[in-house]
Design a protein around this ligand. Structure first.
Ligand code: HEC
Ligand code: HEC
Length: 487
C-alpha cells in the first residue's frame, strides 16, 4: 500500500498527508475497543496520537521494542519517481515482517539527510558497488553518486538496484532498529546497520512512529497498559486531552505555520520536504536530522553566506545560491540537488530561503566581483604564488605545506561559535565551493563570511590573485587519492 507524493503538494500539512499511513481496515477491528486512553470514543484509525508527554509513552516504547515494531530498512527509489510524476523519494519499509509492516516514501532531501547526516554513509561503506565504478575515495554517498552523473538519478537507481539485490553484502547495512530506551523514554539508542548507532530524542521517535502507525493499529498496547496498571482518573483525563493535530505531528508550532504561510508556496513545499530536516523548519540550522553536526547546516536567519561571487560582507546573488543548491558543498553533507529537483524547483527554493533573513530585503541584486580571464599558468607564476602565500599570511591557518595545520588555525571558531578547521589545500576535492581556478579565485578574493577566512580582493592585484590560485592548485596531486579496498 505505497502512497507517493504528487508533484503539486503545496503545504506542510499536505506534505504530511502524502507520506502518512493510509487508513486501513484496522478501523473495523478496534471500533469497539475502549481503554483509559479512549474512554468515550473509538481509537483513531487515521493518526497516531501518543506523545512523549503522555504517561504511557515510556511503556509504549518498551512495548514497541518487544514487538520489533521500531525497525526500518531502505528498500529503494519509489517507483513513481523513477518513471513517472513527482519529486524523487526513497522507500523506507517499517516494522518488517510484523503485522505493522508498511512502506513509506520519504522525500529525497529527508532521506538524504538520514543517509548522509545520521548514517554517515560513504563510498567506503559500499566497496562492492564503488570499486567497479572508478574507485573508493572516502567520500559521502550522495557526493560520490552525483560525481558519477549529477544530472540524473541513474546512479541512485543503479545503487539501490545493486545494494538491495538478494545476495548483496550491503543488505544488512540498510537496516535499523531500536536497541534500547532510556528509562524516562526521552531518548533511545538506534542501531544503524551492523556497526553504527545513534541517539534519537523522543520527538524524533514519535515523528517516525507516526509515519506508519495509528492508534487503532496499536490497540493491543492500550489494552495491555490498562491490564498492567490500574489507570487512575487523572491519567484518563490527561490521555483523552492528548489527541494531536496534523501540525503537531510534523512538530510545527502554530506561529511558524503562519509565518510560512505568507511565503511563496512552491518554494515552501520544496523547502519543507527537501531542506528542513537539516536546516530546520524555521531556517535556523537546527534540523531534526543534524543535532551536534559540524559543520552545522547554515542558519539562514543570519543571512551570512560563504560561497559567493560577491565582496566580503555582501549577501550572495541568486545565482550563487542556485549554484550551491545544484552542486552541493563537497564533504560537508550539503547534497547536490541537480538531479533531484527541477530547475524551477531550485529557483523557487532559493527565493524561499532568502525570506529567512532581512539582508535580502532590499531586493536589489548585489554586485559580483569581476573575475578576469586567467593568465597562462606558468612555473614562474606558481613560484610567485608561493611567495604570496607566505606574504599574505595563509600559512598561519593553512600551514606551511597547506595541510590545514597552521598554528593559528588550531583554535578557530565560526561566527556562531562552532569549531572550524582551515581547509587542507593539498586535497582540492575537499574544496566546498569547487576547485576550478575561478572558483578558488572567488573564495580568496571574496573571503568566506562567517568563517575566519578573510577576503583578499582589496589587498592583492588580480594577477597576484591568479598566481595564488595556481599555487594552491599545485599543492594537490593530479588524481584524487584512493582509499584502500580490502576484499
Ligand atoms: C543532509 C543535510 C542537508 C540538506 C538535506 C540540505 N542542506 Fe544545505 N547545508 C548543509 C550543511 C551541513 C551546510 C553547511 C556547509 C558548510 O558550512 O560548509 C549547508 C549549507 C547550505 C547553504 C550555504 C551556502 C553558503 O554560501 O554558505 C545553502 C544556501 C544551503 N545549504 C541550501 C540548502 C537548500 C536550499 C536545501 C534543500 C533544497 C538544503 N540546503 C538541504 C546540509 C544540508
Ligand atoms: C584566519 C585563518 C585563515 C587564513 C589566514 C586563511 N584562511 Fe583559507 N580558510 C580558513 C578556513 C577556516 C577555511 C574553511 C572555511 C569553511 O569551512 O567554511 C578556509 C578555506 C579556504 C579554502 C577552501 C575554499 C572552499 O571552497 O572550500 C581555500 C582555497 C583557502 N582557504 C585559501 C586560502 C588562501 C590562499 C589564504 C591566504 C591568502 C587563506 N586561505 C588564508 C581560514 C583561513
Amino acid at each position: 500500500m505505497l502512497r507517493t507524493c504528487g508533484r503539486r503538494l503545496v503545504a506542510l500539512v499536505l506534505l504530511w498527508h502524502c507520506f502518512a499511513p493510509s487508513s486501513s481496515s484496522a478501523a473495523e477491528t478496534c471500533g469497539t475497543v475502549r481503554t483509559s486512553y479512549n474512554p468515550t470514543a473509538a481509537l483513531r484509525s487515521d493518526a497516531f496520537t501518543v506523545t512523549p508527554g503522555d504517561p504511557r509513552w515510556s511503556a509504549f516504547l518498551a512495548w514497541a521494542k518487544a514487538r520489533k515494531l521500531y525497525t526500518f530498512q531502505i528498500v529503494g527509489l519509489s517507483q513513481a519517481q523513477t518513471g513517472g510524476e513527482g519529486p524523487p523519494g526513497i522507500i523506507f519499509r517499517w516494522a518488517t515482517d510484523t503485522v505493522w509492516q508498511k512502506d513509506v516514501v520519504l522525500p529525497f532531501g529527508q532521506a538524504l539527510g538520514h543517509m548522509i547526516a545520521e548514517r554517515r554513509w560513504r563510498d567506503t561503506d559500499f566497496p562492492e558497488f564503488f570499486f567497479s565504478r572508478g574507485g573508493i575515495f572516502g567520500v559521502d554517498l550522495a557526493e560520490r553518486l552525483s560525481a558519477l552523473d549529477a544530472q540524473t538519478l541513474r546512479p541512485w537507481q543503479e545503487f539501490f538496484h545493486s545494494v538491495t539485490a538478494p545476495k548483496s553484502p550491503a543488505r544488512p547495512r540498510l537496516k535499523a532498529r531500536l536497541l534500547s530506551v532510556a528509562s524516562d523514554g526521552q531518548s533511545a539508542v538506534i542501531a544503524l546497520g551492523q556497526d553504527r548507532a545513534t541517539i534519537y530524542l523522543a520527538d524524533r521517535l514519535r515523528s517516525d512512529l507516526s509515519l506508519f502507525l495509528t492508534d487503532c493499529a496499536v490497540a493491543e498496547f492500550f489494552e495491555k497498559y490498562d491490564q498492567s496498571k490500574q489507570a487512575t482518573p487523572g491519567e484518563r483525563a490527561e490521555g483523552a486531552a492528548e489527541a494531536s493535530t496534523p501540525e503537531q505531528r510534523v512538530h510545527l508550532p502554530s506561529n511558524q505555520t503562519e509565518m510560512l504561510d505568507t511565503f511563496p508556496l512552491r518554494g515552501k513545499a520544496v523547502y519543507a520536504s527537501q531542506c528542513s530536516g537539516c536546516h530546520g523548519v524555521a531556517g535556523d540550522g537546527q534540523g531534526m536530522l543534524t543535532p551536534g553536526w559540524l559543520p552545522r547546516p547554515r542558519n539562514f536567519a543570519r543571512g551570512s553566506f560563504r560561497y559567493r561571487s560577491t565582496p566580503s560582507g555582501s549577501p550572495p546573488t541568486d545565482a550563487d545560491l542556485f549554484h550551491t543548491v545544484s552542486k552541493g558543498l563537497a564533504g560537508s553533507g550539503m547534497p547536490a540537488f541537480e538531479a533531484i529537483l527541477s530547475e524551477q524547483e531550485r529557483q523557487d527554493v532559493v527565493s524561499y530561503i532568502k525570506h529567512f533573513s532581512q539582508r535580502f530585503a532590499s531586493g536589489s541584486e548585489p554586485r559580483s566581483i569581476s573575475v578576469s580571464a586567467p593568465p597562462p599558468e606558468t612555473q614562474q607564476r606558481i613560484a610567485r604564488g608561493a611567495a604570496l602565500y607566505v606574504d599574505s599570511g595563509c600559512p598561519s591557518c593553512h600551514g606551511a605545506e597547506g595541510r590545514g595545520d597552521g598554528r593559528s588555525g588550531q583554535d578557530l571558531k565560526t561566527a556562531e561559535g562552532d569549531p572550524i578547521i582551515p581547509r587542507d589545500l593539498t586535497h582540492k576535492w575537499s574544496f566546498r565551493g569547487g576547485h576550478t581556478p575561478s572558483d578558488i579565485y572567488r573564495r580568496i578574493a571574496g573571503g568566506m563570511d562567517g568563517s575566519s577566512m578573510a577576503a583578499y580582493e582589496e589587498v592583492l592585484e588580480p594577477n597576484d590573485l591568479w598566481a595564488l590560485v595556481f599555487y594552491v592548485l599545485s599543492l594537490s596531486p593530479e588524481q584524487r587519492p584512493q582509499a584502500e579496498h580490502r576484499q
